[in-house]
Every structure is written in structure tokens, then in C-alpha cells.
Write a protein that binds this ligand. Structure first.
Ligand SMILES: Nc1ncnc2c1ncn2[C@@H]1O[C@H](COP(=O)(O)OP(=O)(O)OP(=O)(O)O)[C@@H](O)[C@H]1O
Length: 743
């Protein structure tokens, strides 16, 4: 089953004029429902581009019409065990949030509230029809991906951990660890939860949209149907993507610019993934952004509907063409359509982690596209026959030849290809194929052998239970962290991010679990939650047997906890046995990253003395290499490293007081460079020698994390993420040439 793509053209907004309308919908020949989007070529108004989709909704299309035609038919499949993904795509201000969430009035409600309403209606019907023999439960998870970090929208922003929730590959599924799962049994309850959670979503006013979403929001609706003997889980994932932004038009300030670059980057990666899938490349770059990892377009089994939101006016011309091109490629992606198997109630329940693809989904290799609408796929045959290659979209001059257009663009969802013999044949007339009678299956969805008894071995049950315990522990740990999380310094944040990346890189070798525990241990440790940190280190230990540094860390923590306990007992013998540890010192962005200032006895705070090594600022010239502080946890023994030379310990970001104590003579060139950096103007920074768009983006990101702090010297500049001494030198040299400083 290919992704079903429908386009929706939003009505004109108050400040838009009818004469500027350039995007129109057309029906082809005998059809009544429009399926073609037409707009002029940006270079020549006499030429037009047209793109065909499953359906096109015109400006006057109502929320009800869209829902009834596109989403309502999928609900029964959801209850038949299929997962469903619905996502809205389009550039900023084109109506994605309006489509997904909608307004408050009954008529204005968007896809999400309508879907939930339909789900609850069906729940009631199933329970009634089965005379209570089938119980249906609905639970929700809701999170946003903001600046490539995942945040639980059911948690207030002040409870968020700065690094966000980790995502992991769990047996082929992408899961967000530590999300709140809210049982929700009525529509009213849903509305309350959803409205409350939406207040936690990151939105801001931009020049193009007064309520622009600055994050991708993902709502997962988990439906659990329980009979006397079986439990079946399916999920609907509703994704409101943030819109791509052309920053030449947005007039975004620094903060918006950073958000915007994160949004654009993730959408760019999404486009690259789609492109790679279309080219049948073996490597799909999902991992390059959290959004693409979570979305796993083409990798998740189930039904996928993409709503492409379009603005009708000329102001969005290029963005509209780019969105249409992306959507045209997306519709060629083929997704396996496999229902989640019901499991016997005696088996362990599925893990309580979020998975866009559903609890029982495993990723499968991409397969060649059989759906005939991909015109480019027939290219070799056409070329052999000496025919002209067919374009992915058609270009028309004033004299239109609609007949050719029709033949080149057969309707979507034809020729659904299945690899597994036991699966149903596609029903060309229906949007989604229906499901055969329910039978008991093994939990392994790759095995299609139907047995009356589940083929669970003792070992697999044990593995499942062990895994469940680990997941629960990890979730608990993350929830603990959530409370009163102090702000992390940029430096610590970077280290955590680095560790996250390393975990991601090692996901495939089965050892990532250990690194996950380490990451959590570090997060606890940073917050002074030593008991939890120790617990996490203990969980990590089996993954790194004989690792001396880990043992030292654990011993240090044990000492620290013991010392603190004794301290508490001495102070108050009647005090409860709960540990009241002083919070570990957390580096402030404006404070030098040095732990010497901590006036605690070293014997007690051995962990911190360790950290002092680890968090010591790197040498000026080799910034990045110095962050591999957790190399002691490498799986393969590394060649012994040369001990690093003791380097001058520099404050990362000095405040004014520091500067006045240690006045630094700065040349005008240095001052000029620093003023460019502190301007946070991505264009100026990008123009510096040796700084590309990516590096400039990274620098602006760092600066935003520093809030109002400024980079006051070259050493500090060299310590920004991805900069280093060499880059600083290049920047300066470039400046002397282009600006004309002769010193
Ligand atoms: N079908 C529609 N009918 C009426 N108004 C609409 C429609 N679609 C969009 N709008 C209006 O257009 C404006 C922009 O819509 P919306 O905020 O949903 O855009 P968006 O694509 O989610 O933008 P961003 O990506 O910046 O979050 C809003 O004022 C919204 O009410």
C-alpha cells in the first residue's frame, strides 16, 4: 500500500487578495472530485505545472468533508488491528494545524478531535455488539519534537529535561522512552487533555503566521481491545509537522531562526529519506533527524495518509512547488500493510513505550514499488523502446492536452504489492484492504504460521519480562529526572547530546542498552540525584564488565551517599532515612566550567573530581576530540591514549566580572569577529571564512542556548560546538582579507 496523499488548498486569509490566487484544483475528465493541483510556472505564467493526488480539496472544502472522505474509512481498519498514521505537511501558514487540530466550534474541529470522536463511537459499538465480551481501552501519548529534542506534551514545560526524552530502536521499533501514557475513556476527557497539552506546545508568532507551530507534534492514540482470550493493540498516530520556512520572508529573530533552521533541517532530511526511498537506495537517512526516525515513513506497517496543505497565493509560489514535488515523491512510497496480531492474554503485555509504527511492528526492508503511478520507475523500459521519459509531474502550455496527463498519471493505490503469500490481495476499488477473520497468532509478526497455541518459548517469555523491567526502570528514572530539573550548561548539554549520539550509533550492536543506562546515570548525577545515578550505573555495569572507571564512579557515588547519610544522621538522629543530598553543583552558562570552586571534601565527592577531568575545557585547537570523555565505555579495547597535556583551563563564557579581573587585550580584528558572532546573525556568520551553513547554524544554536550571554574571547569561540581553534583562525584570516584590517 502506498502512502495516500491528498492535497488541501486553504482559503484566502484576510490580508490576501483574490487576484493573487495561483493554485487551483481540477477534476480529470469524468471524475467529480478534483485530483489535480495546477499552478503556473514561476518563470513563465503561460506554462503550468500540474500534480495529481488521490484527492484535492478546494478552498471551500469543510473539515467534515475532508474527514468523511479521507479519515473516516480508516477507523474500521484501526479496530481491525492496523496502525494508522496521518500527517499534515506543507510550508508555514498553509493550514496544517487547522487541518489536524482545527477550531473550537463543532464545524471547525479538525482531523484529530473527529478521529477521537469516531474512535469512541466505535468503542461503544464494539462493546455493545459483543455484549461486553470485548473491552476497548483508549490511551494517549502526546509529544513534540522541538529543535530535534523530544518533549512530552502531557508534562508542563518546567518539568522538561533540557535534553528531552531519548528515542531508541527497540527491536526494530522507534520508541520514545519515558512518555506519559494517559488512559482516556471519553471524548470530553480527551478534549480536556488535548487542550491542556496543546498549551504546552511551542508556538510563536512569525511574520507568516501569528500562531506558527515551532515543533512537530505527534499524538499517539493506543487502542487496546481485550476479549476473554486475546489482547489486540493498534495505534493511530496523528502528526502535525511544523512548516518549512523561507527565512528571507519570515523576518525571524534569532530564536525563531534557530527553531526555523531545526524545522527546515528535519524537513530536509524527510525529503532526503523520501528521495532515497524513491531511488531505492539501500541507506535511508532516517537517523539524521529525530522526526524522521520517529516518523519512519515507509518503514512502518499500516495505513498512512498524508495531507498536503497548500496556500493558494503567489506569495507562496516556490514553497508550494517544493511541497508539491515532495508530496509527489511521497505518494510513491510503498508501505507494507500488516495488522497487529492479537496476543493471548496470558502472554506478557506489550511494552509501554511509544511507537509510531505500533507495538508489534518490526521494520522491514524497503521493497521495489509496484504501484504503477511512479512514472519514473518505468524509465528503463521506456528508454529501451526509444520513448521519451515521463516526467514526475507534467508541464503544460496554454494548449492543454489533458488526455496525455491522464494516461501518465494513473490513480494511486493500484497494484498493491505484498511480499507475503498469506496476506490479502488488494482491493483496487477500496482505499484500504479489509482484514480476514481474526485468528490467534504468535507475537512474532514476521511469522505467518497460524497456530492455536502461541509459540512462545520459556526463554522468549523471560526475555520479554526482562526487557519490560528494563523499560519500566528507564521510564521511572526519566520521570524522576523530570521533577525540578535545573538548567544544564551548554557544555554538559553537549556532552549528554554526544553520549546520545553514541548511543544512537551503537543501537544496532545490541550494547546500546548499557549506554542508555550510562546516559541516565549521568543525567541523575548532574542533578544531584545520586541514589538514582548509582542505580543506573549498576544497571549499566553488566554491559561493561571489568570497566575500572565505571567501578570508580560507582564507588565514589556509594561513598558520597554514605557520607551524606552519616551527615544527615549526625545532624538529626530522628531524621527519616530518606537521603537529603545537597544538589550537585551545576555549571552555569556564565560560570567557568571548573569544579575547583566546589568546596566539598574530595574524599566524599570523588565523582565530582572525576567529572572535573571529564568536563575540563578542551584544548583550544582540538575542541571536538576532547568531548569523547566516555570513551572508557567503548566496547572494543582501544589503544592506550596518550595522557592529554595539562591545558590552560579557560572559562567557557566569561562574564563581565571575569573580564575586568583578567583584562584581555583584543585586536580590532578580534573584536570585529566577536561582534559578528555575538550578532547571532546567521548570514553574517555564514559569510565568515571556513564557516558553512551547517557550522553557522551550530554556532547560532550554541549562542541561543547561552541566552543573553556573549562570547567574549577567541578561546570561548573556539569552544563552541563544531568550531575549534583552526576555524577561529580561518575566520580571523578571512576577516582581515575581506574587511581590510591590516593587523
Ligand atoms: N481550511 C481553512 N479554513 C479556514 N482557515 C484556515 C484554513 N486553513 C488554514 N486557515 C487559517 O490559516 C492560518 C494558518 O493556519 P495554520 O496555523 O493551521 O497553519 P500551519 O500550516 O499550521 O502553520 P505553521 O507551520 O506555521 O504552524 C490560520 O489563521 C488558520 O485559521
Amino acid at each position: 500500500m502506498s502512502v495516500r496523499v491528498v492535497a488541501r488548498i486553504r482559503p484566502l486569509l484576510k490580508n490576501e487578495l483574490d487576484k493573487d490566487t495561483i493554485v487551483t484544483a481540477e477534476a480529470i475528465e469524468s471524475e467529480t472530485q478534483p485530483t489535480v493541483v495546477r499552478l503556473p510556472s514561476p518563470k513563465n505564467d503561460a506554462e503550468s505545472f500540474s500534480f495529481q493526488f488521490s484527492s484535492v480539496y478546494e478552498q471551500d472544502a469543510t473539515q467534515q468533508q475532508l474527514f468523511d472522505a479521507e479519515i473516516s474509512p480508516t477507523v474500521k481498519h484501526l479496530f481491525n488491528g492496523f496502525d494508522l498514521s496521518i500527517f499534515a505537511h506543507g510550508c508555514t501558514g498553509t493550514g496544517k494545524t487547522h487541518t489536524m487540530r482545527g477550531g473550537k466550534s463543532l464545524a471547525d474541529r479538525g482531523v484529530i478531535p473527529r478521529l477521537l470522536s469516531a474512535i469512541y463511537r466505535r468503542c461503544k459499538k464494539i462493546e455493545k455488539d459483543s455484549a461486553g465480551a470485548t473491552q476497548v481501552e483508549v490511551a494517549l501519548e502526546y509529544f513534540e519534537i522541538y529543535c530535534d529534542r523530544v518533549y512530552d506534551l502531557f508534562e508542563p514545560p518546567e518539568k522538561r529535561t533540557p535534553s528531552g526524552l531519548p528515542i531508541r530502536d527497540n527491536h526494530g521499533k522507534t520508541v520514545v522512552v519515558g512518555l506519559t501514557e494517559k488512559p482516556c475513556s471519553t471524548l470530553k476527557e480527551f478534549e480536556q487533555l488535548y487542550d491542556q497539552a496543546n498549551m504546552n506546545r511551542s508556538t510563536s508568532a512569525t511574520k507568516l503566521n501569528a500562531h506558527s507551530s515551532r515543533s512537530h507534534a505527534v499524538l499517539c492514540v493506543k487502542i487496546t481491545q481485550t476479549t476473554e482470550t486475546t489482547v489486540q493493540i493498534s495505534r493511530a498516530s496523528c502528526i502535525d509537522l511544523a512548516g518549512s520556512e523561507d527565512n528571507r520572508r519570515t523576518d525571524n529573530n534569532k530564536e525563531r531562526l534557530v527553531e526555523s533552521s531545526a524545522i527546515n533541517k528535519s524537513l530536509f532530511v524527510l525529503a532526503q529519506c523520501v528521495e532515497a526511498m524513491n531511488k531505492k537506495q539501500s541507506r535511508i537517512p532516517y537517523r539524521e533527524s529525530k522526526m524522521t526516525r520517529i516518523l519512519s515513513l515507509g518503514q512502518n506497517k499500516g495505513l498512512t495518509v498524508m495531507i498536503l496543505n497548500l496556500a493558494p497565493t503567489r506569495a507562496y509560489h516556490l514553497d508550494t512547488i517544493s511541497s508539491l514535488n515532495f508530496a509527489s515523491r511521497t505518494k510513491k512510497i510503498e508501505v507494507a500493510e500488516v495488522e497487529n496480531d492479537p496476543v493471548l492474554r496470558t502472554m506478557a503485555k506489550p511494552l509501554a513505550t511509544s511507537s509510531i509504527g505500533g507495538a508489534n511492528i518490526t521494520r522491514q526492508p524497503l521493497r521495489p514499488i509496484a504501484a504503477a503511478h511512479n512514472a519514473n520507475i518505468q524509465e528503463p523500459e521506456r528508454q529501451k523502446k526509444g520513448e521519451k521519459p515521463v516526467k514526475a509531474f507534467s508541464v503544460y502550455s496554454d494548449s492543454r492536452k489533458s488526455a496525455t496527463r491522464v494516461s501518465n498519471l494513473p490513480s494511486q493505490n493500484q497494484g498493491v504489492r505484498r511480499t507475503e503469500g498469506t496476506k490479502r490481495a488488494a482491493e483496487p476499488s477500496s482505499t484500504f484492504a479489509s482484514r480476514p477473520a481474526k485468528t490467534y497468532r504468535t507475537t512474532d509478526s514476521t511469522s505467518r504460521i497460524r497456530t492455536v497455541e502461541p509459540a512462545m518459548t520459556k526463554a522468549s517469555i523471560e526475555a520479554l519480562i526482562a526487557q519490560r523491567i528494563e523499560e519500566k526502570l528507564a521510564e521511572k528514572a526519566l520521570q524522576d529526572v523530570g521533577a525540578a530539573a535545573p538548567a544544564l550548561s551548554a557544555e554538559l548539554q553537549k556532552r549528554l547530546d554526544d553520549l546520545e549520539h553514541r548511543i544512537d550509533a551503537k543501537d544496532d550492536d545490541g550494547k546500546s542498552q548499557g549506554l542508555q543506562f550510562l546516559l541516565m546515570a549521568k543525567q541523575h548525577s548532574i542533578r544531584g540525584e545520586d541514589a538514582s545515578a548509582l542505580r543506573m550505573y549498576r544497571l549499566a555495569q553488566p554491559f561493561f564488565p571489568g570497566n575500572a572507571k565505571l567501578e570508580v564512579k560507582m564507588r565514589a557515588l556509594e561513598d558520597k551517599i554514605r557520607a551524606s547519610k552519616e551527615d544527615t544522621v549526625t545532624k538529626d538522629v530522628s531524621a527519616p532515612t530518606i537521603l537529603t543530598l545537597p544538589p550537585a553543583p551545576v555549571s552555569n552558562l556564565m560560570a567557568p566550567i571548573k569544579t575547583e570552586k566546589v568546596s566539598k571534601p574530595k574524599a566524599v565527592y570523588r565523582d565530582q573530581s572525576d567529572n572535573e577531568d571529564e568536563f575540563a575545557p578542551p584544548p583550544e585547537s582540538d575542541h571536538d576530540a576532547s568531548y569523547a570523555s566516555d570513551d572508557c565505555f567503548q566496547y572494543k579495547p582501544k589503544a592506550a591514549r596518550k595522557p592529554k597535556k595539562a591545558t590552560k583551563k579557560l572559562p567557557i563564557f566569561r562574564d563581565e566580572a571575569d573580564i575586568s579581573l583578567n583584562p584581555v587585550e583584543q585586536t580590532p580584528r578580534t573584536k570585529h569577529l566577536l561582534s559578528i558572532i555575538n550578532s547571532r546573525d546567521i548570514n553574517q556568520i555564514k559569510a565568515l571564512k571556513g564557516v558553512g551553513a551547517k557550522k553557522a547554524d551550530g554556532i547560532v544554536n550554541c549562542l541561543v542556548e547561552m541566552d543573553d550571554a556573549e562570547v567574549l574571547d577567541l578561546e570561548s569561540l573556539a569552544m563552541l560546538k563544531g568550531v575549534g581553534g583552526k576555524t577561529v583562525e580561518n575566520m580571523r584570516m578571512g576577516l582581515s582579507i575581506s574587511v581590510g584590517y591590516d593587523f
